[in-house]
Design a protein around this ligand. Sequence first.
Ligand SMILES: C[S@@+](CC[C@H](N)C(=O)[O-])C[C@H]1O[C@@H](n2cnc3c(N)ncnc32)[C@H](O)[C@@H]1O
Length: 255
Amino acid sequence: MGLSTVTATRWVERWEQQQQRYAFDREERFTVVADVIEHVTAHSARPLVVDLGCGPGSLAVRLSGRMPHARIVAVDMDPVLLELGRAHARASVPAAAVRYVEAVIGAEGWASRLGLDGPLDAAVSTTAMHYLPCDMLRRVYGELAGMVRPGGVLVNADHLLPEEAADIAVHVGRRRAGRQHAFSYEDWESWWAAAERDPELTDLFAERRRRTERGSGGNNGLTLNRHAAMLRDAGFRQVGPVWQVGNSCVLVAVR
Ligand SMILES: C[S@@+](CC[C@H](N)C(=O)[O-])C[C@H]1O[C@@H](n2cnc3c(N)ncnc32)[C@H](O)[C@@H]1O
């Protein structure tokens, strides 16, 4: 039996809360990402966008709400989060708007698993690219530069530290999150532990445990300038942050 929409929605709503602890001013950051995509795709009738490390589709669903004409391919390596995303999206977005794909970004042949039928207008990502080890991320940026059309963008919203005064940036971000009551929500470990106890998710967690390739699970710690340099090296023409609260940042790279 498939996962019910009610259960999926409950877990996605809890996900949305716990993620606020880590992605400071998360909702505004999503809105800014959508502002960028809307601007860049203003002349595309059916923009094609990939959401990298989509989790349960937090950004994909919001983008689809803002841009119902967009085709969004949401990719992640986690079968639990993907299935929550699929089941939740059934309740919130038209079926054709978001397609969920399982792949380990950076692994051999990951891009061909996306099943793209043309160049991307945009590649977007929220709170995910920090998982990729530096060498892998460099390779992925290079591959994405070959997949995004000229004039299209890569938008990376993540915790990206400034080169200097980084501890102050983190403090400012945390204070903002605190004012938004982000720390009143459960944390990452608590969300995963509680989800694993849900009988409706038992099979999905078993599937998750069977996966051997789990990515790095770490934090590459790359600064904003390092990301920008890697994106320029990859072939993006204009690269710069368009929004930042503390270390929570939206970095845009135009192809
Ligand atoms: C902190 S979550 C963020 C999810 C979502 N973008 C959001 O903003 O809520 C990071 C996501 O990146 C995914 N991820 C990390 N490394 C990955 C990789 N190499 N390939 C695919 N997904 C990856 C994880 O499975 C997880 O769903």
